[in-house]
Design a protein around this ligand. Structure first.
Ligand code: UDX
Ligand code: ADP
Length: 480
C-alpha cells in the first residue's frame, strides 16, 4: 500500500488529500500539522475551512484511508510520498522584504524530513514557492541524507477556493515537474500513478522542476492580470458612460480571450495572487530584469488603485465625509463560498473607511467575528504567520461591529458596501433595507451583484463598479 503524508493541513493540503484518499482507496493518506487546534478541527464535525463538498469527502474516508494527526515525525518517516503544503508568507524584514517569499516553514519541514527519514522518499512541493526552491530543498535533503535517496517533485496546486472540490475532481491539468534522470522520471511516474486513478492521462503534464515552479507563478500572474485589466477598463467606463459588463462580454466573446475571469470588482484578494506576483517581481529583479518586474508590479498597483478608488467613491458621494456615519459592509471573505479572508479587499476598504472615522457594521455568512477583528488589527503581510507571531496595530475597533445578518448590518446605516459576491446578497429585500436606512441611502456595489436600476427605483443612490453613474455621483467626483 502506497503511503502518503502531507505536511500542512490548510486550504490546499486538506482538500487535496481528501480527494486523493477518496479516489485512491488503496492509498493511505495522513495529513499532519503543527497546529493542534487545526488537526482537532479536521477530526471534528466542524472542519477548519468552509469549502462546498469538502465535508462529504472527509466523512467518507476519515478513519479509513484518511487520517489527520499531529504526530508529524512518525507519519513522515513511514511515508513513501511526502507532500509539503506549508505556508510561504511574504518576507516582512531583511533582504527582499515586502516581495520575496519567506521559506522558513519550508526549510524547517525539509530539515525535519531529513532527520526522521529511514527509507527513500519522494518529496513533493505543493505550496507555491519561488522558482528553484526545489533545488534548495534538494540540497538540504541530500546534505543530510544518511544514505537515503530523495527525489524532489514540483506539483503545484491550481484549485481555487469555493470551487476546490470540483477543481480537484475535474482539473484542467495536473502538473508534475521532476529531475530528468532515470530516478527523477521514476518518481514522476509514481506520482502520476496516484493522479491517474481519476485524472485522464492527457491532463497530467510532466516537465522539469523549474518550469513547473514558474508555471504556477505565471498562471496566477496571468489570472490576476485579467482582473486588473478589466478593473482598469471599469474606471474608464465610469468616466465615459460605458458599461463594463457589456465591454467584458464583447471582449470575452473573442475565443482567443475567452469569457471567464473578466468580472470587474473592488479588487482581487486571496492568499495567492498578490503573493505570487510579488515573488515574480522579486525573481525578475534578482535576474536584472527590471522591465519585467515593473510590468508585473503594475498588476498589483492597479489592484490597489481599484480598492482606493472604491473608498474614495464612498467618501466623496457622502459629502466628502463619513465621519460618524454608519456604513454596512456586506461580505468580508475574499470571494464567495469561502470563509477565507486572506488579502481580502474588504480589509483595505474597511481600513480606508475607518481612517475617515466611519462606524462600520460587518456581515459575512462565513467569516467569524474573531477573524474580522484580527484581520482589521493585523499589519500588512502578517496574515500568513501563526497567530501568536502576528503583531497587532492599534485600530479603532470600537468603530466596528459584527452583525448576524444583512438587515441588522444595514439598520440605521447611511450606506451599504457590498464587498463579496455571496449569492444571498442578490436576493435581499432591498426595499426593507432602504426603509431602515438614513436618507439619502447609498448602495456601493463592489461586486456588481445588484441591479442598479431596480435599486434606484426604490430610492437608493447606487454606485456599481464600471457601470454608468447616476447624476448624484457625477456631481461628486472622487479623486482617483
Ligand atoms: C487562485 C487561482 O484561481 C488558483 O488557480 C490558484 O491555485 C490559487 O489562486 P483563489 O485565490 O482561491 O484561486 O480564487 P480565484 O477564484 O482565483 O479568485 C481570486 C480573487 O479574484 C478573488 O478575490 C475574486 O473575487 C477575484 N476575481 C476573480 C475578480 O475580481 N474577478 C474575476 O473575474 C475573477
Ligand atoms: P495553504 O492555503 O497554502 O494551504 P495554510 O496557511 O492554510 O496554507 O496552511 C499551511 C499549514 O501548514 C498551516 O496549518 C500550518 O500550521 C502548517 N505548517 C507550517 N509549518 C509546518 C511544519 N513545519 N510542520 C507541519 N505543519 C506546518
Amino acid at each position: 500500500m502506497v503511503k502518503i503524508c502531507c505536511i500542512g493541513a490548510g486550504y490546499v493540503g486538506g482538500p487535496t488529500m481528501a480527494v486523493i484518499a477518496l479516489k485512491c482507496p488503496s492509498v493511505e493518506v495522513v495529513v499532519v500539522d503543527i497546529s493542534v487546534n487545526r488537526i482537532a478541527a479536521w477530526n471534528s464535525d466542524q472542519l477548519p475551512i468552509y469549502e462546498p463538498g469538502l465535508d462529504d469527502a472527509v466523512k467518507q474516508c476519515r478513519g479509513k484511508n484518511l487520517l489527520f494527526s499531529t504526530d508529524i515525525e512518525k507519519h513522515v518517516s513511514e511515508a513513501d510520498i511526502v507532500f509539503v503544503s506549508v505556508n510561504t508568507p511574504t518576507k516582512t524584514r531583511g533582504l527582499g522584504a515586502g516581495k520575496a517569499s519567506d521559506l522558513t516553514y519550508w526549510e524547517s519541514a525539509a530539515r525535519m524530513i531529513a532527520e526522521v527519514s529511514k527509507s527513500d522518499k519522494i518529496v513533493v512541493e505543493k505550496s507555491t514557492v519561488p522558482v528553484r526552491t526545489a533545488e534548495a530543498i534538494e540540497k538540504i535533503l541530500t546534505h543530510n541524507s544518511k544514505g537515503i535517496n530523495y527525489q524532489i517533485l514540483s506539483n503545484p496546486e491550481f484549485l481555487a477556493e469555493g470551487t476546490a472540490m470540483q477543481d480537484l475532481f475535474n482539473p484542467d491539468r495536473v502538473l508534475i515537474g521532476g529531475r530528468e534522470t532515470p530516478e527523477g522520471r521514476k518518481a514522476v511516474q509514481a506520482l502520476k500513478d496516484v493522479y491517474a486513478h481519476w485524472v485522464p492521462e492527457d491532463r497530467i503534464l510532466t516537465t522539469d522542476l523549474w518550469s513547473a515552479e514558474l508555471s504556477k507563478l505565471a498562471a496566477n500572474a496571468f489570472l490576476a492580470q485579467r482582473i486588473s485589466s478589466i478593473n482598469a477598463i471599469s474606471a474608464l467606463c465610469e468616466a465615459t458612460g460605458a458599461n463594463v459588463s457589456e465591454v467584458a462580454y464583447a471582449v470575452g466573446k473573442d475565443s482567443r480571450v475567452g469569457p471567464k475571469f473578466l468580472n470587474a470588482s473592488v479588487g482581487f484578494g486571496g492568499s495567492s495572487f498578490q503573493k505570487d506576483i510579488l515573488n515574480l517581481v522579486y525573481i525578475s529583479e534578482c535576474n536584472g530584469l527590471s522591465a519585467v518586474a515593473n510590468y508585473w508590479y503594475q498588476v498589483i498597483q492597479m489592484n490597489d488603485y481599484q480598492k482606493n478608488r472604491f473608498v474614495n467613491r464612498v467618501v466623496a458621494s457622502m459629502f466628502n465625509t463619513v465621519s460618524g456615519k454608519k456604513i454596512a459592509v456586506l461580505g468580508f471573505a475574499f470571494k464567495k463560498d469561502t470563509g477565507d479572508t486572506r488579502e481580502t479587499p474588504a480589509v483595505d476598504v474597511c481600513k480606508g473607511l475607518l481612517r475617515d472615522k466611519a462606524t462600520i457594521s460587518i456581515y459575512d455568512p462565513q467569516v467569524t467575528e474573531d477573524q474580522i477583528q484580527r484581520d482589521l488589527a493585523t499589519n500588512k503581510f502578517y496574515w500568513d504567520r501563526p497567530v501568536h507571531l502576528q503583531p497587532m496595530s492599534p485600530t479603532a475597533m470600537k468603530q466596528v461591529s459584527i452583525a448576524w445578518d444583512a438587515y441588522e448590518a444595514a439598520k440605521g446605516a447611511h450606506g451599504v458596501c457590498i464587498l463579496t459576491e455571496w449569492d444571498e446578497f442578490k436576493e435581499l429585500d432591498y426595499r426593507r433595507i432602504y426603509n431602515d436606512m438614513q436618507k439619502p441611502a447609498f448602495v456601493f456595489d463592489g461586486r456588481n451583484v445588484v441591479d442598479p436600476e431596480k435599486l434606484r427605483a426604490i430610492g437608493f443612490i447606487v454606485y456599481a463598479i464600471g457601470k454608468p453613474l447616476d447624476s448624484w455621483l457625477k456631481n461628486m467626483p472622487a479623486v482617483a
